[in-house]
Write a protein that binds this ligand. Sequence first.
Ligand code: HEC
Length: 169
Amino acid sequence: MQRKLVGILGLAGILISFGAMSAKPVADDVPFPNGFRDWFAVNSMIVTKDSPIFGQIGGMHMIYVNAKGLPTLKKGGPLPYPDGTVFADDVHEFSVKDGSYVEGNKKAVTVMVKDAKKYSATGGWGFQVWAGGDVSKPLVPDAAHAVQACFTCHTPQKDQDYTFSTYIP
Ligand code: HEC
């Protein structure tokens, strides 16, 4: 019986209750991307209710990359990205007013950090998501959960080092 892939919000509920059962905070060791709003803005995407992945990653996504990964992103290679590359996805709610999609509250901040050796089980990337972008609310307790919640959906992007984003001039 296939286990249903839980979305970021579904994941939030499930993992937060995991956290509540534990005495100490549960998280893998992926650090929060402090100051990421000052990084290079890569692209944006709005996942609406019409998308089959709305339940998992619905929202307004704004992707950032740090200086370490920027040259590789801009040139489109060589892949894989160098160790120390960090991608952050700033996920916001949105509303539609008179046909315009308007940014709302922060829903989550997700991260992929490259360390080929350390995260070899998940394509060399460490995955984490913080509910509401709150540094005290990481939702992925360990690498095993990262596989189910994140890596499975990024796996088809293997040819692009498991990332979706490309440089859009
Ligand atoms: C249902 C599929 C799906 C799941 C599940 C998913 N992602 Fe993604 N992710 C995407 C897509 C599609 C994009 C591209 C968004 C864009 O270009 O704006 C993306 C982009 C990203 C990016 C920006 C880098 C890139 O690949 O372009 C990060 C960081 C990221 N995801 C982290 C995560 C983390 C952490 C999790 C688990 C908590 C996760 N993702 C779960 C589909 C998914």
